[in-house]
Design a protein around this ligand. Structure first.
Ligand SMILES: Cc1cc2nc3c(=O)[nH]c(=O)nc-3n(C[C@H](O)[C@H](O)[C@H](O)COP(=O)(O)OP(=O)(O)OC[C@H]3O[C@@H](n4cnc5c(N)ncnc54)[C@H](O)[C@@H]3O)c2cc1C
Length: 406
């Protein structure tokens, strides 16, 4: 194989599809540990969603996946309202201020995964191997040899039945926050424990979500209501409630009715009553950043390289930009007749992405601390800051344009 991507999440699949579409001469394999294909439920929304920026949408469009999503199970949001629970500060963003049709799209993770999966199946130069959990490897003569204990045998050229080994020139680790590729490369990470847990679920509200992304900052963490569409009404929102661990533990224990009441109160009934809530899932939150993005013939993308607090909904968007930049560097190498696995190619990728991701991670940690600070001085500061942003059309435009291009 020319390129092997380990991890068939949103970033790994987007990476495989992008490389395959841009460079039909490359033979690409995609190894995914799970044997199960992500399914979109036809009658219920999934609780896990992402807010895609325009830059990520464009990338999905180039892969051919966006046309499978557009106008079906995605909700363009045209406005965003952010406010502080402890004061009067608030910011209102409107896509008309930047003369754009929307500020982004809320899409269920499974909808993106299924669309990408369909494209991967259609692309002749990508082989997907499911049920292949990378366990170990060795390297000789500039090639990686990858091994799994439980492969789904015989789906890919070069994978032998008895001793399944896959050989590749460039290895891309897209295997998420607990990346095996990163561990095998002995790349260390810098971690910040936020001591918060994100609870996610779908809520049906009394009033229309108005195609608006809502976020209220509480002392205990941010609470977001993200608009959903595709199943007939405009009253369903994906809820992402990041709460200090102790509060999250209490919220998890509540029955649906009590949870809905707490949710409505925490959200100041902005969309009226909460009529129902779906299944709840929880995720421990931590920031994690790999100290290096590459090793010999191997490179990290997406959550394998960085994971971030969901308060600004940028995690997968940063990963998509990693995929785009890596594809550009692979293209540049091919033009110059250099191996895409050459250290100079991977070092350029790291230079272009690591600093950028580090500043976003830092900004999110600062926001998290600023909005979590309970004392009066900080409250005054953040409320004044929000009001100042709101009063400055120029600043708002710059924030929107920056957020959309991530
Ligand atoms: C509550 C919450 C809300 C979020 N909201 C947003 C949002 O609004 N916007 C946004 O941009 N981001 C958001 N994120 C972040 C986003 O979900 C992640 O950044 C994104 O899912 C990372 O994608 P990935 O493909 O890099 O990793 P993953 O989704 O973790 O995929 C990794 C894949 O690798 C596979 N794998 C793992 N180990 C192996 C192995 N050894 N061998 C083979 N395969 C392996 C796994 O099975 C998995 O399929 C949110 C995250 C959370 C927790």
């Amino acid at each position: 194989m020319d390129v092997t991507i380990v991890g068939g999440g949103m970033v790994g699949m987007a990476q495989a599809a992008l490389l395959a579409v841009r460079y039909p001469q490359l033979r690409i394999s995609l190894l995914e540990a799970s044997p199960v294909t992500p399914q979109v439920r036809p009658d219920t929304y999934d609780a896990r969603v992402v807010a895609l920026t325009e830059a990520s949408r464009e990338l999905l469009e180039e892969t051919g996946a966006w046309s499978l999503i557009a106008g079906k199970r995605e909700c363009p949001y045209t406005q965003m309202r952010v406010w502080d629970a402890e004061g009067t500060g608030s910011v209102y963003f409107d896509c008309r201020d930047v003369k754009l049709p929307n500020l982004g799209h809320i899409v269920e993770n499974n909808v993106i995964l299924q669309a990408l999966r369909q494209r991967i199946d259609e692309l002749p130069n990508v082989d997907l191997v499911t049920g292949f959990k990378l366990e170990s490897w060795w390297r000789d003569c500039g090639l990686w040899h990858l091994q799994s204990r439980n492969p789904n045998r015989g789906q890919v050229e070069g994978l032998e039945e008895q001793a399944p080994v896959l050989t590749t020139r460039l290895l891309v680790g897209a295997d998420g926050v607990r990346s095996r590729v990163r561990d095998l490369l002995r790349i260390r990470t810098r971690d910040v424990e936020y001591q918060q847990t994100a609870l996610v679920c779908v809520a049906r509200c009394e009033k229309s979500h108005q195609n608006t992304a809502w976020q209220r900052f509480l002392d205990t963490g941010p609470l977001a209501f993200l608009p959903l569409s595709g199943l007939g009404d405009d009253r369903h929102c994906a809820v992402v409630w990041s709460a200090d661990d102790s509060l999250a533990r209490e919220l998890v224990m509540l029955d649906d009715k009590a949870f809905a009441l707490n949710l409505e109160k925490a959200f100041e009934s902005r969309l009226g009553g909460i009529e129902s809530v779906g299944e709840r899932f929880s995720f421990a939150l931590r920031a994690r950043h790999a100290e290096a993005y590459y090793g010999p013939g191997a490179v990290l993308v997406g959550d394998a390289a960085h994971s971030i607090h969901p308060l600004a909904g940028q995690g997968v968007n940063l990963g998509m930009m990693d995929a785009r930049v890596l594809a550009e560097e692979v293209g540049r190498a091919l033009e110059r007749n250099i191996s895409p696995a050459h250290a100079s190619v991977l070092a350029r990728y790291q230079r272009r992405r690591r600093g950028e991701n580090a500043s976003t991670l830092k900004a999110m940690s600062t926001f998290k601390s600023l909005f979590g600070a309970g004392d009066l001085h900080w409250r005054w500061l953040r409320n004044t800051g929000l009001s100042m942003v709101d009063a400055s059309p120029m600043l708002k435009k710059r924030i929107i344009m920056r957020a959309m291009s991530v």
